[in-house]
Design a binder for this molecule. Structure first.
Ligand code: NAD
Ligand code: AOT
Length: 312
């Protein structure tokens, strides 16, 4: 299977590296020229659980994709939510009627964007508990372990989704076939809707957040808002199970992790995915007549901080 990783930041580098190390045919596409140049010169360079590794794979810019004839059986997307439309507009030639697209991005509603570029029966959705961080162009830190949950968006995509599960298993990515990926996506959105914005605003990592006395109440209240909105979309979140799932990260290996929104806002002064996480819940809450004051406030606070740090 020819695999293309679209978006070779922290997570794209992790998945590309692990799939490549397992012997798969992996091609990279990225829109950050300095990153493409560094990967072309030195490969993806990673601190992989304390061991320095480097791996070279073919790498292209979106303009090179538009001008060439690179094709993929599977496109694994690891862009930021706010980059999806711009990038897919540029790389449409990568996706022919046989190409499947797998989206493991954090956030809610990415299928609405992706359906414009790939047929529903070639769309695979999911979430991942792996983490990653960029330390410079072509350089990433890949610490700890994680897992993946995925499912075909339309019933006819199941055989291909199961093939992806097998390939990911071979690469040590700990995949599980999800029987209800929408539930998985909302459950993961609760992880990001609590940890990402709170760590970014409070300037701390997950473990430090967990040691503060307001943390349990903050988590419960935010998760309750996500659950009330999800219920309107037919997803019944088990709020206590979700709370335990999020709170478990406070003392797990992942406690030292600075969530991607912290990395974007506090380290790299980049715009965040808040509109696709708490912002999406606040918008949907308004639409359904459900009060979501914490999500609305957190969204505004993150936007205020984006402006204060001059995020781009
Ligand atoms: P990332 O920001 O590292 O990379 C995404 C894209 O942004 C890549 O194309 C990258 O080249 C580009 N980029 C990165 N830094 C840039 C810079 N300084 N200037 C210009 N372009 C730059 O994103 P990520 O952390 O890999 O996240 C991808 C998706 O996975 C997101 O939806 C995220 O929420 C999700 N996710 C992230 C983590 C994590 O630990 N990082 C964990 C689970 C899920
Ligand atoms: C994370 N982190 O999803 C992953 O950084 O965006 C992120 C992210 C798994 C468990 C806890 C946090």
């Amino acid at each position: 299977m020819k695999i293309t990783v679209l978006g070779v930041g922290g997570m794209g580098s992790r998945f590309a590296l692990m799939l490549h190390q397992a012997g798969n045919d992996v091609t990279l596409v990225d829109g950050w020229q300095a990153n493409v140049d560094a990967i072309r010169a030195n490969g993806i360079q990673a601190n992989f659980n304390g061991k320095q590794v480097a791996a070279k794979m073919p790498v292209y810019t979106p303009a090179e994709i538009a001008a060439g004839d690179v094709q993929a059986d599977l496109v694994v997307v690891f862009l930021k939510s706010n980059q999806l439309t711009t990038m897919f507009d540029q790389v449409q030639s990568l996706i022919d009627p046989n190409t499947y697209v797998l989206c493991l991005l954090n956030g809610i509603g990415h299928e609405d964007v992706l359906e414009k570029y790939v047929a529903k029966d070639h769309l695979i959705l999911g979430i991942t508990m792996w983490t990653a961080g960029m330390t410079g162009p072509g350089q990433v830190e890949l610490l700890g372990d994680g897992e993946v949950e995925l499912q075909n968006f339309a019933p006819s995509g199941k055989d291909f989704a199961l093939q992806v599960v097998d390939i990911f298993k071979g690469a040590g990515l700990n995949p599980h076939y999800s029987e209800n990926v929408k539930y998985s996506i909302w459950r993961k959105a609760c992880v990001n809707g609590t940890l990402n914005c709170l760590c970014a605003l409070l300037d701390c990592n997950i473990g430090e957040l967990g040691k503060t006395t307001p943390a349990p109440d903050l988590l419960h209240t935010i998760i309750a808002e996500f659950a009330a909105v999800a219920a309107k979309e037919g997803i019944k979140l088990d709020t206590e199970e979700v709370y335990q799932h999020v709170a478990a990260t406070f003392t797990a290996d992942i406690a030292d992790h600075y969530p991607s929104m912290y990395q974007d806002l506090n380290q790299h002064h980049r715009l965040t995915e808040i509109e696709f996480i708490n912002g999406a819940v606040a918008r949907k809450g308004k639409q359904y007549g459900i009060a979501t004051p914490y999500c609305a406030l957190l969204t505004q606070m993150v936007h205020a901080k984006e402006q204060l740090v001059g995020a781009k």
